[in-house]
Design a protein around this ligand. Structure first.
Ligand code: RTP
Ligand code: MG
Length: 138
């Protein structure tokens, strides 16, 4: 069993799509081990996406991620990191495969409806960034 971290991003929550995205996650065999709705502060979004701080899109990304509520989740399953990356599809919806969350719901390359950790190490850091032990079920 492996864990990954997911965000249903503000563009999707604004369109009330969190239930449909959670259904896709659960249908893929991933279990939700922790979940909450939050609105990120600028500092929290900058910290979360610090790896992208030198990229030209960083300021816009941070502003967008703070623009409304998100749903953050800890997901668990076999091969959870890759399984959820596959379910999300490519960053740019134009390159995302049929049946993926981004193909179905993303608005553009930035407002792409979901985040998923890119490795087991980053998953552990990201889960700990948003959840304490009492907020995760075993
Ligand atoms: P994420 O981290 O959110 O799961 O997405 P990802 O791995 O597929 O993509 P990444 O390269 O890590 O980029 C993080 C987020 O930044 C926004 N982005 N905007 N304007 C642009 O060219 C651009 N490129 C990326 C997206 O919201 C992307 O998910
Ligand atoms: Mg990424």
């Amino acid at each position: 069993m492996e864990r990954t971290f997911s965000i249903i991003k503000p563009d999707a929550v604004a369109r009330n799509l969190q239930g449909e995205i959670m259904a896709m996650i659960q249908s893929a065999g991933l279990r939700i081990k922790g979940m909450k709705m939050i609105q990120l502060t600028k500092a929290q979004a900058e910290g979360f996406y610090a790896v992208h701080s030198a990229r030209p899109f960083f300021g816009s990304l941070v502003e967008y991620m703070c623009s409304g509520p998100c749903v953050v989740m800890c997901l668990e399953g076999d091969n959870a990191v890759q399984k959820y990356r596959d379910l999300m599809g490519a960053t740019n919806k134009d390159n995302a495969a049929e049946g993926t969350i981004r193909k179905k719901y993303a608005l553009d390359i930035e407002k792409n409806s979901c985040h998923g950790s890119d490795g087991q190490d980053t998953a552990a850091v990201e889960i700990a960034y948003f959840f304490n032990a009492l907020e995760l079920v075993g």
